[in-house]
Design a protein around this ligand. Structure first.
Ligand code: RTP
Length: 143
Protein backbone atom coordinates (compact mmCIF):
# COMPACT_ATOMS: atom_id res chain seq x y z
CA UNK A 1 0.00 0.00 0.00
CA UNK A 2 1.22 3.53 -0.82
CA UNK A 3 2.89 5.56 1.94
CA UNK A 4 3.79 9.23 2.34
CA UNK A 5 5.99 11.26 4.65
CA UNK A 6 4.24 14.12 6.45
CA UNK A 7 5.96 16.62 8.74
CA UNK A 8 4.25 19.07 11.06
CA UNK A 9 6.66 22.02 11.00
CA UNK A 10 7.69 23.78 14.26
CA UNK A 11 4.63 26.03 14.51
CA UNK A 12 2.20 23.37 13.29
CA UNK A 13 -1.05 22.43 14.96
CA UNK A 14 -2.20 19.13 16.39
CA UNK A 15 -5.40 19.08 14.37
CA UNK A 16 -3.26 18.07 11.38
CA UNK A 17 -3.15 14.49 12.66
CA UNK A 18 -6.92 14.49 12.98
CA UNK A 19 -7.36 15.58 9.34
CA UNK A 20 -5.41 12.60 7.99
CA UNK A 21 -7.02 10.15 10.40
CA UNK A 22 -10.57 11.31 9.64
CA UNK A 23 -9.95 10.90 5.90
CA UNK A 24 -9.26 7.21 6.53
CA UNK A 25 -5.48 7.01 6.19
CA UNK A 26 -3.44 4.86 8.59
CA UNK A 27 -0.66 6.21 10.79
CA UNK A 28 2.43 4.00 10.38
CA UNK A 29 5.03 6.04 12.25
CA UNK A 30 5.12 9.16 14.44
CA UNK A 31 7.83 10.93 16.42
CA UNK A 32 8.59 14.34 17.86
CA UNK A 33 12.16 15.42 17.17
CA UNK A 34 14.46 18.40 16.82
CA UNK A 35 16.69 18.11 13.78
CA UNK A 36 20.06 19.61 12.90
CA UNK A 37 20.75 22.00 10.05
CA UNK A 38 22.63 19.37 8.00
CA UNK A 39 19.69 16.96 8.28
CA UNK A 40 17.17 19.55 7.03
CA UNK A 41 19.56 20.52 4.23
CA UNK A 42 19.50 16.87 3.15
CA UNK A 43 15.71 16.69 3.34
CA UNK A 44 15.29 19.83 1.22
CA UNK A 45 18.40 19.26 -0.99
CA UNK A 46 16.41 19.83 -4.21
CA UNK A 47 15.75 23.41 -3.05
CA UNK A 48 19.36 24.25 -2.09
CA UNK A 49 19.75 26.83 -4.89
CA UNK A 50 16.57 28.72 -3.94
CA UNK A 51 16.91 32.16 -2.32
CA UNK A 52 14.61 31.12 0.55
CA UNK A 53 16.63 27.95 1.33
CA UNK A 54 18.51 29.17 4.44
CA UNK A 55 15.34 30.78 5.84
CA UNK A 56 13.48 27.51 5.27
CA UNK A 57 16.17 25.54 7.10
CA UNK A 58 16.14 28.09 9.98
CA UNK A 59 12.38 27.62 10.26
CA UNK A 60 12.54 23.82 10.43
CA UNK A 61 15.30 23.79 13.07
CA UNK A 62 13.58 26.48 15.17
CA UNK A 63 11.72 23.90 17.27
CA UNK A 64 10.54 20.30 17.42
CA UNK A 65 8.75 18.85 14.40
CA UNK A 66 6.36 15.90 14.20
CA UNK A 67 7.48 13.33 11.61
CA UNK A 68 4.86 10.88 10.40
CA UNK A 69 4.27 8.08 7.93
CA UNK A 70 0.72 7.87 6.60
CA UNK A 71 -0.53 5.00 4.47
CA UNK A 72 -3.48 4.51 2.14
CA UNK A 73 -4.69 4.52 -1.46
CA UNK A 74 -3.29 7.57 -3.34
CA UNK A 75 -2.08 9.00 -0.02
CA UNK A 76 0.66 11.09 -1.68
CA UNK A 77 -1.65 12.99 -4.04
CA UNK A 78 -4.60 13.11 -1.67
CA UNK A 79 -2.31 14.16 1.18
CA UNK A 80 -1.10 17.13 -0.89
CA UNK A 81 -4.74 18.10 -1.51
CA UNK A 82 -5.50 17.92 2.22
CA UNK A 83 -2.43 20.11 2.85
CA UNK A 84 -3.31 22.75 0.21
CA UNK A 85 -1.21 25.05 -1.98
CA UNK A 86 2.35 25.92 -0.87
CA UNK A 87 1.43 29.59 -0.34
CA UNK A 88 -1.32 29.80 2.32
CA UNK A 89 -2.58 32.97 0.63
CA UNK A 90 -3.65 30.68 -2.23
CA UNK A 91 -4.63 27.57 -0.24
CA UNK A 92 -8.36 26.89 -0.29
CA UNK A 93 -10.29 27.17 2.97
CA UNK A 94 -10.72 23.67 4.36
CA UNK A 95 -7.15 22.69 3.53
CA UNK A 96 -4.61 22.62 6.36
CA UNK A 97 -2.62 25.59 5.06
CA UNK A 98 -5.82 27.39 4.09
CA UNK A 99 -7.10 27.08 7.63
CA UNK A 100 -3.96 27.33 9.78
CA UNK A 101 -1.32 29.42 7.99
CA UNK A 102 -0.84 32.89 6.53
CA UNK A 103 2.70 33.09 5.12
CA UNK A 104 4.57 30.80 2.71
CA UNK A 105 7.62 30.74 4.98
CA UNK A 106 5.49 29.54 7.91
CA UNK A 107 3.16 27.12 6.18
CA UNK A 108 2.97 24.60 9.08
CA UNK A 109 3.22 21.30 7.18
CA UNK A 110 5.26 19.35 4.65
CA UNK A 111 4.06 16.43 2.52
CA UNK A 112 5.99 14.33 0.00
CA UNK A 113 5.33 15.44 -3.58
CA UNK A 114 5.67 11.98 -5.22
CA UNK A 115 5.80 8.30 -4.32
CA UNK A 116 9.55 8.36 -5.03
CA UNK A 117 10.13 11.39 -2.75
CA UNK A 118 8.04 9.68 -0.07
CA UNK A 119 10.22 6.58 -0.25
CA UNK A 120 13.40 8.67 0.15
CA UNK A 121 11.97 10.87 2.91
CA UNK A 122 10.64 7.90 4.91
CA UNK A 123 14.08 6.26 4.64
CA UNK A 124 15.74 9.49 5.84
CA UNK A 125 13.39 10.26 8.74
CA UNK A 126 12.55 6.68 9.75
CA UNK A 127 15.82 4.81 9.22
CA UNK A 128 14.51 2.29 11.77
CA UNK A 129 11.52 1.62 9.44
CA UNK A 130 7.79 2.08 9.91
CA UNK A 131 5.97 0.75 12.93
CA UNK A 132 5.22 -2.85 12.05
CA UNK A 133 1.93 -3.55 13.70
CA UNK A 134 -0.53 -5.92 12.10
CA UNK A 135 -2.06 -4.24 9.07
CA UNK A 136 -5.85 -4.44 8.92
CA UNK A 137 -8.08 -3.80 5.93
CA UNK A 138 -10.99 -1.56 6.79
CA UNK A 139 -14.12 -2.54 4.84
CA UNK A 140 -15.72 0.80 5.77
CA UNK A 141 -12.88 2.64 3.95
CA UNK A 142 -11.91 0.46 0.96
CA UNK A 143 -14.15 -1.41 -1.46
P1 RTP B 1 6.84 21.18 1.28
O1 RTP B 1 8.02 20.60 0.52
O2 RTP B 1 7.25 21.86 2.57
O3 RTP B 1 5.71 20.22 1.44
O4 RTP B 1 6.24 22.35 0.40
P2 RTP B 1 5.84 22.36 -1.11
O5 RTP B 1 6.23 21.08 -1.78
O6 RTP B 1 4.40 22.75 -1.14
O7 RTP B 1 6.73 23.54 -1.66
P3 RTP B 1 8.24 23.56 -2.15
O8 RTP B 1 8.30 24.36 -3.40
O9 RTP B 1 8.86 22.20 -2.11
O10 RTP B 1 8.90 24.46 -1.00
C1 RTP B 1 9.29 23.90 0.21
C2 RTP B 1 9.01 24.86 1.32
O11 RTP B 1 9.84 26.01 1.16
C3 RTP B 1 9.19 27.14 1.70
N1 RTP B 1 9.11 28.17 0.69
N2 RTP B 1 9.34 29.43 0.95
N3 RTP B 1 9.70 32.22 0.76
C4 RTP B 1 9.35 31.54 -0.32
O12 RTP B 1 9.18 32.06 -1.40
C5 RTP B 1 9.18 30.10 -0.19
N4 RTP B 1 8.86 29.26 -1.16
C6 RTP B 1 8.82 28.03 -0.60
C7 RTP B 1 7.81 26.71 2.14
O13 RTP B 1 7.84 26.43 3.55
C8 RTP B 1 7.60 25.42 1.36
O14 RTP B 1 6.69 24.58 2.02
Amino acid sequence: MEQTFIMIKPDGVGVIINRFEKKGFSLKGLKLLTVERSFVEKHYQDLSAKPFFSGLVDYIISGPVVAMIWEGKNVVTTGRKIIGATNPAESAPGTIRGDFAIEIGRNVIHGSDSVESARKEIALWFSEGPVSWESTLHPWIYE
